[in-house]
Design a binder for this molecule. Sequence first.
Ligand SMILES: Nc1ncnc2c1ncn2[C@@H]1O[C@H](COP(=O)(O)OP(=O)(O)OP(=O)(O)O)[C@@H](O)[C@H]1O
Length: 314
Amino acid sequence: MTTPYIEITDLNKKFSQHPVLNQLNLTIQAGEIVAILGENGAGKTTLLNILLGLLPADSGEVQLFGQPVSVLQQSMALRANIGVMLQQASLPGNLTVLEHLELFSCYYPNPRPLPELIQSCGLSDLVQQRFSSLSGGQKQAVLFALAIIGKPALLFLDEPTVGLDVAARQAFWQQIRQAKADGISVILTTHYLEEADQLASRILVLKNGRFIADGSPATLKAFSQTRQISCCSRLSQQLISSWPEVQLVVQLAAQLTAQKDNPAAQHLQIHSSQPEQTLRRLLALDEQLTDLTVSSVSLEQAFLHLTHSKEHSA
Ligand SMILES: Nc1ncnc2c1ncn2[C@@H]1O[C@H](COP(=O)(O)OP(=O)(O)OP(=O)(O)O)[C@@H](O)[C@H]1O
């Protein structure tokens, strides 16, 4: 069996008696793209800092590439296997992008050739600019290039696209997809559920110091039993909302949904935890019901269900 890239056993971490990580266990294998989700303060950054040896655990074992983190700290060769992009990376603003790249490439035994890195990270027009003069998105692109300059096997990204606009975020996603295609394993924390959905092969949801969900984006969506039912119906929004299994009813704008042969009908989107029960009620009460579709919820809805369910909030 191959050695896991990351193996965490019974990890605990408290801050001032407040438990942040609680008997946490995790194994990550080569080739995985893992997104760690969790509400603000869930402990995502704390976990990354412990994995990188920047913060001591209170108890438990943390191994990277089969070695304790303490060994990793002392071994330049092992450290070269890891690329990191943290939330608060501060680089000297007076150096140019090229100077930063040249400096970082000296730290690694077998760095990426700079022309190729500059091209693939979209930095060609920026190399002579000082780091301080770059936009937020451009700075992130430079930080990403520095994180992969040493050809790491494992890349840690802590909320890498925070504050980026849609276009910059999508450009960044392309970089991560390329890293994946190059065989790099990636651990990223994010608040953007679409990001996790788009990039990750595996999603972990951290809450109360433990992982409350672990699976592919599709599994996570399915884990939340909720389904979205869309239909055109004469039944009132108020009536449907009163059914116990119904969590949400949204009425789409009337002008978009008006039907010639059924003018009293309105287009509804219903979230139900027991879709079969809701369908039975709808069909029994409205014989003229049309345009019926049932679909999975979005990852965002699944995440909200998980993090707000009573079962996990103890
Ligand atoms: N150095 C520290 N000293 C005291 N408490 C800390 C320290 N670092 C983190 N904490 C606390 O630990 C908890 C987890 O923080 P952490 O930054 O790991 O969460 P997070 O999931 O990364 O949050 P966010 O999504 O907001 O970045 C928070 O309650 C935070 O206040």
